[in-house]
Write a protein that binds this ligand. Structure first.
Ligand code: TXA
Ligand code: MG
Length: 316
């Protein structure tokens, strides 16, 4: 694709206005959210959405999440229901995506939904994302702002390293706080389904709903489109649940003890989540195999282990 010069915009009123103007003009703008940096396009403009796939080098059309500034704005595009209301009330704005049936007159490009009759919607909490969405007052389709299959970006520098020259602008507002993509809950079927573990622990959602979330059916492509196994992958091999590094391996630690980088010395899962992708980026740059300490499976550990398993999965 043709090279362009990528503008770096500060999260000031001027920077936000410029970012909104570029989106409106059908350009791609990377923006910070509390989870990871997104690669945004106006979700109503098919050509702009198509450019996301081109910039990322995504092999196929996966459904994208539409970002909006409020639950009220979400209801312009999807059929709302009581469970959606309950979860939006408890967790929006925040790292939660709800998949709901598209409503009539939704205005969303079919490239966003990959032709499905449902839409993933999310209201991000990050102040710069909020300001941008309010300025545009329209839905922004945004996957994570990394080349397809690579580690997700949690700083503007990560975005620049992966996509410089391929997108119009990067709205830079420092590092993302949560560090893991949003938790995705499917609400289009008979019961709420955990489609992707993420930055909001499933237990917290279950506590609000007063019941267990159903597991997604791995054999049903509709409940898990785009969940490619190898993903978030560093260049070098990754080995999980390693109590110590082997010969020539870098060691990504969790909890006290010697290591090259530590996800959280105190064994804090929220801290580990926010460090995960940044640490993988740093170790990846050294070009050696990476061994990773065991991380417990509860709370945010479920999403951390999900991303680690993808990073370690065989590549094709
Ligand atoms: O935190 C996040 O969610 C970040 C930031 C930028 O908001 N975005 C993100 O987008 O992680 P992406 O494209 O990497 O992941 C979107 C995933 C798809 O791969 C798919 O699994 C699921 O969301 N998804 C989206 N729409 C769906 C739908 N209608 N039905 C089922 N799954 C859907
Ligand atoms: Mg992604």
């Amino acid at each position: 694709m043709p090279q362009q010069s990528t503008e770096i915009l500060a999260a000031t009123a001027g920077g936000i206005a410029r970012a909104a103007q570029l989106l409106q003009a059908g350009q791609l703008v990377s923006f910070p959210t509390e989870t990871v940096y997104g690669l945004g396009a106006d979700a109503r403009q098919g050509k702009a959405v198509a450019a996301i796939y081109e910039a990322k080098g995504r092999p196929s059309f996966n459904p994208l999440i539409a970002h909006v500034h409020s639950a009220e704005a979400a209801r312009r595009h999807v059929e709302w229901n009581d469970v959606a209301e309950q979860l939006a009330e408890a967790f929006w704005p925040g790292p939660l995506t709800l998949v709901l049936p598209l409503r009539e007159g939704h205005g969303i490009s079919p490239l966003v939904t990959a032709g499905l009759e449902t839409l993933g919607v999310r209201v991000p909490a990050h102040p710069a994302a909020q300001a941008l969405l309010r300025e545009l007052d329209g839905p922004v389709a945004a996957p994570s702002a990394n080349p397809s299959g690579k580690i997700s970006p949690t700083t503007a520098a990560h975005v620049k390293a992966g996509l410089d020259g391929r997108i119009a602008a990067i709205l830079d507002d420092g590092a993302c706080g949560v560090g893991l993509e949003s938790t995705i809950i499917g609400l289009a079927g008979p019961e709420p389904v955990l489609l992707r573990p993420g930055g909001l622990a499933a237990e917290k959602i279950e506590a609000v709903l007063g019941r267990k979330l159903a597991e997604r059916d791995v054999h049903d492509p509709l409940t898990a489109p785009g969940q490619l196994l190898s993903h978030y992958a560093p260049g070098a091999p990754v080995r999980l649940n390693a109590d110590a590094p082997g010969e020539g391996e870098l060691y990504l630690g969790f909890g006290p003890g010697p290591c090259d980088l530590n996800l959280s010395e105190h064994g804090d899962l929220a801290e580990a989540a926010s460090n995960l992708f940044g640490h993988l980026h740093q170790l990846d740059a050294l070009g050696k195999p990476i061994a990773v300490a065991p991380v417990p499976e509860h709370g945010l550990g479920e999403a951390i282990n999900d991303r680690l398993r993808r990073a370690a999965a065989p590549r094709d």
